[in-house]
Design a protein around this ligand. Structure first.
Ligand SMILES: NC(=O)C1=CN([C@@H]2O[C@H](COP(=O)(O)OP(=O)(O)OC[C@H]3O[C@@H](n4cnc5c(N)ncnc54)[C@H](OP(=O)(O)O)[C@@H]3O)[C@@H](O)[C@H]2O)C=CC1
Ligand SMILES: O=C(O)C(=O)[C@@H](O)[C@H](O)C(=O)CO
Length: 285
């Protein structure tokens, strides 16, 4: 089942699959095998980053899949140490080389690192890469409303995507409202709360009622809210289960509300205001 049809149109007209595979911190060789298996079963989008150390494996799996390059959507990200105009351009070249591809579909600023004050300059580099046709779309990750407002003030391209922590325990309503106002797609990282929400009684009972699994219910909920999701797994059976969420019927409003009631404003990952700041607190991700 190819996912190309289940795509969102970004604010520059580029189509992005709504369900992709995340590969955070999967070692290179394992990432290559996982991406190969995912592409084989119908995934058409992969989310990697310089920080994950597996762009080589991801790129190899994409190149060797036999699937035309234009049918696979590859996202990677500028790491915190590479903020700044020239460093970000150099980091992009190096990432593209590791991937072994001619272009990237979506390039994101991984974290704003406000204490460095360089994300606007970094954004100018991404705008340049976009203008030069080396990336099909550009976006950000972990940007709070004030960071987005600063980009909007000084930049000329509105980010296509903001990839943020979002799951039933952290539903990010205010940030999603800002995205809607600007025409930015919400992409949920840790969409399954790293597996932490799967045993919640509400989700278990919804899964039983719909004849599916808690993971599929959570992913269906994200899709129903309009999010792009990138659940991570290296287990083929789970990949298939997660991909199956795209084929489920939309959840009825009462079920969306039941999951909405689980919001506790609880982060698993670091806070965007302080992550990357030497003086900041960084809870384990
Ligand atoms: N921009 C950013 O700052 C960040 C981006 N990300 C991106 O988001 C992706 C996903 O986030 P991640 O933090 O990995 O968390 P997820 O919410 O995707 O959860 C991944 C965990 O859940 C398990 N899992 C996956 N599917 C199932 C299933 N169907 N049933 C039971 N368990 C399951 C996986 O185990 P197993 O692999 O063993 O199957 C893994 O332990 C990352 O890979 C990365 O691409 C993540 C964090 C930060
Ligand atoms: O996985 C990512 O994409 C992240 O940015 C974070 O998990 C971060 O790198 C981290 O390790 C937090 O402790």
């Amino acid at each position: 089942m190819a996912q190309q049809d289940d795509a969102v149109t970004l604010n520059n007209g580029v189509r992005m699959p709504r369900l992709g595979l995340g590969v955070a911190r999967v070692p290179d060789a394992e990432a290559a095998a996982a991406v190969a298996a995912a592409l084989e079963m119908g995934y058409r989008s992969v989310d990697t980053a310089k920080d994950y150390g597996n762009e080589r494996g991801v790129g190899a799996a994409v190149r060797e899949s036999g699937i035309p390059r234009e049918q696979v959507f590859v996202t990677t990200k500028v790491w915190n140490a590479d903020h700044g105009y020239a460093p970000a351009l150099r980091a992009f070249d190096a990432g593209l080389e590791r991937l072994g591809l001619d272009y990237v579909d979506l390039y994101l600023i991984h974290w704003p690192v406000p204490s460095r004050g360089l994300f606007q300059e970094t954004w100018r580099a991404l705008e340049r890469l976009h203008a030069d046709g080396r990336v099909r779309a550009i976006g950000v990750s972990n940007f709070e409303p004030r960071h987005l407002a600063l980009l909007m003030k000084e930049g000329s391209v509105v980010p296509a995507v903001n990839q943020i922590e979002m799951h039933p325990r952290l539903q990010q309503q205010r940030l999603r409202d800002v995205h809607r106002r600007y025409g930015i797609v919400t992409e949920a990282w840790s969409p399954l709360a790293k597996g932490g929400a799967l045993e919640h009684p509400t989700l278990v009972s919804l899964a039983e009622r719909h004849g599916t699994t808690p993971a599929a219910i959570i992913l269906r909920w994200h899709l129903d809210l309009g999010n792009v999701v990138i659940p991570k797994t290296v287990t083929p059976a789970r990949m298939r289960e997660n991909l199956g969420a795209a084929s489920l019927a939309p959840l009825p409003p009462a079920d969306i509300d039941a999951i909405g009631a689980l919001d506790a404003g609880e982060r698993i990952g670091p806070h965007p205001d302080t992550f990357g700041d030497p003086a900041g607190t960084e809870p384990p991700g």
